[in-house]
Design a protein around this ligand. Sequence first.
Ligand code: HEC
Length: 203
Amino acid sequence: MMINRTAVCLFTAATITFAAGAEAQTASPPAGLDEAAVQSTRAMANELLTQLGQKLKASLSAEGPEAAVSVCKEASPAIAKALSAKHGAQMTRVGTRVRNPAMGTPNPWQKEALAQFEARLSQAESPATMEYWSVVDAGNGKRELHYAKAITVQAMCVTCHGTASDIPATLAEKIRTEYPQDQATGYSVGKLRGAAVISRPLP
Ligand code: HEC
């Protein structure tokens, strides 16, 4: 009996270690992940990107790019925070190079996602549906879903994230003033700009 129980314990410990070490990192939803969790996670990312996009477009057309920088500075973190609270998740955007270091700096998992996206873009995979998923063991028997959705550069983005010839001088000045550590320029259309990222507890 003693021996058997020890064997069972060892087996269990080994299984847990294996599960924690073998996080599935996948381009498509991990096998066994509930379809409702897949759909709601995608919907959360789309909600974040839609709200940010609408805010950006509205302020660009109403007030022009310089004012839009100020609007972005206020609105982007506020939108991410409000949606995170609404969904009980951590939601933000991260960049391959970063304008707002407090919000946009990728953690190691998010860096891995961005590296994956770069590789897949170079193999001509369409960015529109490009995703990266992982279910991780968060300890105490809890699991977390990590999700990233690729963000690529469109024509309207280069006004604020392009090369020196795309960004009017006064706008460049405004960006430097608001974001003295800005790294998020030099992008051209089609390049990977970053990702919408979500981290949420699983039942
Ligand atoms: C009016 C100027 C402007 C335009 C146009 C613009 N951005 Fe930005 N972008 C910003 C600012 C300002 C921030 C920093 C926001 C903050 O403080 O969180 C930012 C941040 C980001 C971030 C978060 C990572 C980081 O660097 O902090 C991503 C991703 C991003 N932009 C993608 C885009 C994409 C994609 C487009 C085109 C659809 C775009 N941006 C168009 C000004 C702009």
